[in-house]
Design a protein around this ligand. Structure first.
Ligand SMILES: NC(=O)c1ccc[n+]([C@@H]2O[C@H](COP(=O)([O-])OP(=O)(O)OC[C@H]3O[C@@H](n4cnc5c(N)ncnc54)[C@H](O)[C@@H]3O)[C@@H](O)[C@H]2O)c1
Ligand SMILES: O=C(O)CC[C@@H](O)C(=O)O
Length: 389
């Protein structure tokens, strides 16, 4: 029986997806963490922990490198909440174009019985514009960006995208009416709306800052529903104050932008719908089960993706450094114990590699000896023996 510890509000549908082979939040030695936004950056990992699964997209709250060195596979659930973010961004595009927040405030402040005459006069203050015929620039055309781009086309907008690292899968999902730009500055030029949907990493910090804003149209509306820091809030606030940016909407508040006119901050609710939370939790639960019960690394963010039918009675999995002669050493240890390999796969992702070996027979004594010997190889981070259910 495997132990799973959950953090944050994991939807019940996800908890219900676990089979009887998994115990949730009751054991002392968790094999898996199923998390959302909990900050694990300074956390100590128990020796028992084999995987951290993030129900959601961003893994910035997980120290991925340290986890790898502890032999912990880290996963996310790509796309599980993308539609929720898309709908929120589109909703805010309409809300900002139609001055909905100011109009609501006005209506709450004017509640006198004979208000209708006054509102008929005052309502011109809230005259808006339509999205139809306007131009949207989407920076990052992955799970969220592609949905936003396609939906904006449906609303009659012109859409230009920028994503130099776009995957083939993502390319298949994008409507061919989305024009591709060769740089951010070209993408944002002339756009009425700019929205950013990229992961947070060293290359994307301050991806939208003074120079990119300078390339934008006067009065542009900017969205950051990715992560804090991808739009540089200092540069953005100055542009809002200078009226270069007419509205800024973000899911990530910080003091510098709090309570500022023409800045709308939501409290990280991009993925907070019943549907998205359920998708992420169910996908996350399946990821935990697949990894622990078969070593499947589909959607791992720190290991190569490997999914091989588990047909033999035993499977050995090893997370190790991507250096020469690892497979040779591992195979020699098996041969020395007289263990025959039925099936073997090895793949690497940057500095880390993953090896899966299926065997037909493995006594308890041989298994224990093998784990002990392989764990003595300094380049090996984690050895597991998985018994077929
Ligand atoms: N607000 C929320 O609640 C919420 C919910 C879901 C996702 N997110 C965040 O939104 C972002 C996008 O999520 P996703 O699921 O679409 O991720 P994704 O990995 O599917 O897509 C990201 C895309 O960005 C592209 N990209 C990477 N670096 C780039 C760069 N320098 N310039 C342009 N494009 C670049 C990648 O090629 C990829 O296509 C992530 O930061 C994620 O954490 C936030
Ligand atoms: O609500 C959440 O769990 C955060 C969602 C989002 O930031 C993500 O990265 O998927």
């Amino acid at each position: 029986m495997y132990q799973v510890k959950t953090f944050n509000a994991i939807a019940q549908s996800g908890l219900d997806a676990f089979t009887d082979n998994f115990q949730i939040n009751s054991g002392e030695d968790p094999d898996a963490y199923l998390i959302r936004s909990v900050n694990l950056r300074d956390a100590e990992f128990p020796e028992s922990l084999k995987t951290i699964v993030r129900a959601g997209a961003g893994v910035n709250n997980v120290p991925v490198h340290a986890a790898t060195e502890h032999g912990i596979a880290v996963f996310n659930t790509p796309g599980s909440n993308a539609n929720a973010v898309k709908e929120l961004v589109l909703g805010l595009m309409i809300a900002t174009s139609r001055n909905l927040f100011a109009a609501n405030q006005y209506s709450n402040e004017h509640t006198e019985a004979d208000v209708s005459q006054r509102t008929e006069k005052d309502k011109t203050k809230f005259n808006g514009t339509e999205l139809y015929g306007k131009k949207l620039a989407v920076v990052g055309l992955g799970h969220v960006g592609s949905l936003v781009a396609n939906a904006a086309l449906e609303l009659g907008m012109t859409v230009v995208g920028y994503d130099p690292l776009m995957s083939t899968d993502a390319a298949w999902n994008i409507n061919n009416q989305v024009k591709r730009a060769a740089s951010i500055r070209r993408a944002v030029k002339d756009a009425d709306f700019v929205t950013v949907h990229v992961p947070k990493n060293d290359d994307t910090l301050s991806l939208i800052s003074t120079k990119e804003i300078a390339a934008m149209k006067q009065g542009v509306v900017l969205f950051n529903y990715s992560r804090i820091g991808i739009a540089n809030n200092k540069a953005v606030l100055k542009a809002v104050q200078d009226k270069k940016i007419s509205q800024y909407c973000t899911d990530f508040g910080e003091p510098i932008i709090a309570d500022q006119p023409n800045v709308t901050i939501t409290p990280h609710i991009g993925g907070s719908t019943l549907e998205a939370e359920s998708n992420g939790a169910v996908q996350g639960a399946n990821t935990v089960m697949n990894y622990l019960e078969s070593g499947d690394t589909t959607h791992a963010v720190n290991l190569p993706s490997m999914r091989i039918p588990f047909e033999a009675p035993f499977r050995l999995t090893m997370i190790h450094k991507n250096v020469p002669n690892m497979v040779g050493q591992i195979a020699t240890h098996l041969a020395d114990l007289g263990i025959n390999i039925e099936n073997m796969s090895n793949a690497a992702r940057k500095d880390t590699a993953y090896t899966m070996i299926d065997v037909n027979t493995l006594s308890k004594a041989d298994g224990d000896a093998l784990v002990k010997e392989l764990n003595e190889i300094p380049e090996i981070y984690r050895v597991r023996i998985i018994k077929h259910n």
